[in-house]
Design a protein around this ligand. Structure first.
Ligand SMILES: Nc1ncnc2c1ncn2[C@@H]1O[C@H](COP(=O)(O)OP(=O)(O)OP(=O)(O)O)[C@@H](O)[C@H]1O
Ligand SMILES: [Mg+2]
Length: 372
């Protein structure tokens, strides 16, 4: 367990309207407290606790069982982090990891908003693989599909369908997160799927069709965002940890050494030897790229639009050479590393640190922004 970095801003007093975003990742916990200044989000404090493999165990527990002790361990870690970062607000928003949610694209006949609202829980039964009573449903109306009326008056008439993205969170999972915040004495304002937080912090209401690829430690979360709405969402079980594992195996070095080599060389070391780092990790990166391509193809088929930019985030967005490799794989499309601080006020003296942490903090910042 390693408290790698904790920043404290003693000089900042928290305004009454401040919110704390909490992202419990597989390899680290990120927290951010934001307040408001002249209608803009202002950074009040943040904390980052790198936990390596320990949290993986905890998150599996959060996901699958109800061992009290491990919940208590998460609480203990968070308590220390809140203290060290001098968090002053009690208002918290916490994220649900993508692998704990189900998402599906649903079609409904076009009808008034109130009726759509009433129909969604009923219709969702066909799309969600568990009983609806056991999940909390989140949804976005993402568009309308119209089939033109044909010239032939005897043919079928024009029809409109509403498309809805469903994101369902098992109640059991939500309850666990609610319990964790209760044990910390926090006032839980919302539990949110990671994807909505990412859309908010990295894209906002920008109407450029954007794919966000959050490459964390255990999971890669791929989402397509347009006009502030998450239109498509896919979780992939291939991520940063997999890169380290495969490298450790191929080079016959321990996990820590492989992690170091990965961070240092990434995709930049290009030689043809079988043990070239580039050669070992590229097939794993290609799995992620292929999935992103599938999301782009789906978008073209369903909405007739093209993805115009890709934003990489999550700790693995730091992998040397990754943006260039992505861009080359997508015909030189614009590929950037996401910066969730872009709309946040902060002291310029800490800009280098914040830039370094930016990709990892995309979820936590989006959560804290939710209620501002
Ligand atoms: N400089 C770097 N180069 C390459 N990879 C890096 C670098 N820094 C961190 N990583 C990788 O980023 C990953 C951690 O990212 P992040 O903090 O976003 O994950 P997480 O949120 O804890 O995990 P998850 O979302 O999958 O549960 C690790 O796999 C780590 O090896
Ligand atoms: Mg994460």
């Amino acid at each position: 367990m390693n408290f790698q970095l904790c920043s404290m801003f003693d000089f900042l007093k928290s305004a009454p309207k401040s919110y704390l975003g909490i992202d419990i990742g597989t390899s680290s916990i990120k927290i951010v407290q934001l307040g408001i200044e002249e209608n803009r989000a202002k950074l009040e404090t943040y904390g980052f606790l790198e936990t390596y493999g320990a949290i993986e165990l905890l998150r599996d527990t959060i996901q699958t069982s109800s061992v009290r002790l491990l919940d208590a361990q998460v609480v203990d870690l968070l308590k220390k982090l809140l203290e060290k970062s001098k968090v002053t607000t009690r208002n918290a928003v916490i994220s649900i990891p993508v692998f704990s949610t189900f998402s599906a694209l649903m079609e409904l006949p076009d009808m008034p908003y109130k009726e759509i609202e009433a129909a969604i829980p009923y219709e969702a039964r066909q799309y969600i693989p568990v009983p609806i009573s056991e999940v909390i449903l989140g949804w976005n109306i993402i568009g309308k599909k119209t089939r033109e009326a044909p010239d032939d008056p005897t043919a079928a008439p024009a029809i409109s369908k509403i498309e809805v993205l469903l994101i369902a969170t098992p109640r059991e999972v939500a309850n666990k997160y609610a319990n964790i915040t209760r044990m910390l004495g926090l006032n839980l304002k919302a539990i949110e799927a990671e994807s909505f937080a990412l859309g908010r912090s990295l894209v906002g209401d920008d109407n450029v069709p954007t794919v966000i690829v959050d490459i964390g430690s255990r999971v890669t979360n791929i989402l397509l965002v347009e006009n502030g709405y998450v239109m498509i969402n896919k979780g992939l079980d291939t991520s940063g940890n997999e890169l380290t594992k495969i490298l450790s195996h191929a080079l016959n070095v321990d996990f820590r050494r492989a992690e170091m080599l990965k961070r240092e060389k990434g995709l930049l070391q290009r030689d043809d030897s079988e043990r070239s780092i580039n050669k070992v990790i590229l097939p794993v990166i290609d799995i992620i790229i292929n999935e992103v391509k599938r999301v782009g193809d789906f978008y073209i088929r369903h909405r007739g639009k093209k993805v115009e930019r890709i934003i990489l985030c999550g700790g693995s967005a730091h992998l040397p050479g990754l943006s260039d490799y992505f861009s080359a794989s997508f015909n030189n499309l614009s590929v950037v590393v996401g910066n969730p601080w872009r709309k946040v006020i902060y002291p310029s003296s800490i800009e280098p640190i914040l830039n370094d942490l930016a990709p990892s903090f995309s979820v936590a910042v989006g959560l804290a922004m939710r209620e501002l």
